[in-house]
Ligand binder design. Sequence first.
Ligand code: HOZ
Length: 443
Amino acid sequence: MNATTPARSVPGYCLPHSHAAFLRANRSIPGGVNSPARAFGAVGGEPPFMARAEGQFLYDIDGHQYIDYIGSWGPMILGHGHQRVKRAIAEALETGTSFGAPTERESEIAEAVIEAVPSIEKVRFVSSGTEAAMSAVRVARGVTGRAKIIKMTGHYHGHVDSLLVQAGSAATTLGTPNSPGVTPGSVADTILVPFNDAKAVADVFAAYPGQVAAVLLEPVAGNMGLVPPRPGYLEALRKMTETDGAMLFFDEVMTGFRLALGGAQERFGIRPDVTCLGKIIGGGLPAAAYGASRGIMDFVSPAGPIYQAGTLSGNPLAMAAGLATLRELRDRSPYDRLEALSARLAEGLDRAAKDAGVPHVVQRVGSMLTLFFHDGPVENYEDAKRSDTKLFGRFFWEMLARGVYLPCSQFEAAFVSAAHTEADVDHTIEAASEALRASAGPP
Ligand code: HOZ
């Protein structure tokens, strides 16, 4: 396919093949997509359907090339179609796609995770971040014998019933942070607090001493746009949980292996009790995991009494892709380069928005970032929700029309990969300058 960047005619932006594909998909799939985050619900219009991906690029079925800043919503830190990962999958394919019996590769990747992630001594593989969060909450409750959990508003831990309350990501994007079908009973023990407010957590501990199983959070929030922890906040949570005997639970599905090989916990020097991993750990195939100390993980069945299982858990292809990705990250350590490239992008977007006179703030940690159309720092869910989402929608389409694929919601983080180049970043900044000027006027 001879791909081109899309024509710069917005709103006359037209994708006839994608349009036909979307109509067809809508006839057999709810909303035409298998996960709502992809549906362009927040930005209006219809999503391009993808034909293929390579390196830092996506190619749609209408023949357009896009610089990709979603990276499959996080997993593709090495870029698409990385040779080492492809080779590993091909080798695994030759020997069988699923056994329902243990394989040595599962121990290899478990050892790689334990070597990389400071707080993990044992790890259990599952198939999605949702499953990891659901299982880890069960473990926290099972081990402590306590029921209550503290959750941050705007944080997202997959679509687990007890955690689908004031949830970020597409739940916020689509205006359903509390979903119908989640019964009052299943969230009765979920206590909500704002992110970055240590006192709110202290108040809960004071009100329910000895009753909280775990404090759950994304240590760097990525599902309400990118929101870093305030200095001292993670340390305060660590101290409070230790004092009360509750567990500190880091959802590192996004940040694991991205903000450092050892994730946010390495970067910020805080060891949680329980960690959820996903996305990068599967190298682009469906895998996720949860891990903790040996003492905690030995409560998990069949070593212990807390039940959790999965037919495709530790799937050979996913383990091969994940292991190759983790090895590549260890051997080549792209983190300094990702930092520099992402800083260049953040600074350029900030400059472009300033020049266009648009109220904004760019927030970044490592290779995750968000341009918020919000005047002043975004420190929590309430701040994030005050962003100008209409302007975001216009900006998003102007960028897409210039060949830049950003996350299709103000409440998601963009991801830079090791396949991006300075030229890609500079092209993105130039596109943003034009797009901001085009979208900043009256709608
Ligand atoms: N967890 C992803 C980032 N918010 C979204 C992926 C999805 O829901 O499809």
